[in-house]
Design a protein around this ligand. Sequence first.
Ligand SMILES: Cc1ncc(COP(=O)(O)O)c(C=O)c1O
Length: 411
Amino acid sequence: MNDDRNEPVRGFSTRAIRAASRTPRVDQRPTSVPIYQTATFASHDAQELGDVAGEPRSGYAYSRISNPTTNALGDAYAELAGGERGLALASGMGAIHAALASQLRAGDRVLAPLAIYGSTRAQLLHTFAGFGVEVAFVDATDPAAVTEALAAHPTRVLYAETIANPTTFVSDHARLATLAHEHGATYIVDNTFASPYVCRPLDLGADLVVESATKFLGGHSDVIAGVVAGREELIAKVERVQIDTGATVGPFDAFLVLRGILTLAIRMERHAATALALATWLEGHAGVQRVLYPGLASHPQRAVAMRQFRSGVAGGMLAIDVAGGREAGRAVIDSLRVTELTASLGSVHTIVVHPPSTSQRQLSESELYEAGITPGLLRISVGLEDFEDLQADLEFGLTESSRLASAALGV
Ligand SMILES: Cc1ncc(COP(=O)(O)O)c(C=O)c1O
């Protein structure tokens, strides 16, 4: 707003609106990114207003289109992910939608993994298929199956998750990117379970990387946001979708994610150290049939994980198959006291979920089986609590579930 203190303003309301809208002049650079909590930015004249709203934009006009705090998050993510440019969006699903919609048109085909986050599967089958996109699924951990699926029909997008939700299957990005490019497809990766501290898919050949910033990037279960990074020309198309669909993140939410990123490395180190200790202990536990953690020698894609991940940091996500199936899995969750009974991941809080009855509940028994999700599968997002407390809580949950199973059998 122009400095109009000398203008003859008489009415109280006019004076209040002007007085409370004057932005302070600051000559010293703030050391945190300021929260530009404004929907609009005023220009000096009509020419400037036209320029800032035009293409390419030379400044700020309206926060659905562009905002300094939101841009700071996009820039920070691009740097950490190794992309030329990054964008911050309203949520992980908003980021996934914008990335896919920037590439797909009616009649195109997208090939996605059988083991995939339930809401992404739903978005592909409801939104994209509804607009005439052909959606096919494949075992993304089997390069021969991916090659066959790509060779069978022209494919516009090959999509994968670095560490699959919820099974922790690991995608071989270098291999999948090469296959995608040989078949003329764009390779898009959801890196949410890993975070850029653990894995950088763009370095391994991916064209676009997306993440739910709600998870490890934000890290504290207090914000919903998403990010995308990649080459400038691809991000310009993602931005077009973002602006047209309004999948914009608010400046305060962008600030919270920036704040989370300040401690991402130290949090990921601790998540991973505790996850490895828990996975190692659980692997020897009688109440657990299988432990899936990319840091364990027994993980089916251990070698791929070791090639692609930061040395010694296999992430904070693990999955266990509880002896006794669906009822036993639910019983463990109901007995836990230290962990949070909620649906997210990548937080300071440890979060244990039973995917067959939560995030993957849309799937039929045969679809669950195809995706590698056994009835007793529990997904554990290891938080920052003390290892001993988590161990004791899980021990109690597993004991309780086997006690209930014995009681049900009358033994
Ligand atoms: C792997 C993965 N991708 C994307 C999302 C969606 O993120 P958001 O809830 O921020 O939209 C989630 C949410 O759980 C997820 O687990």
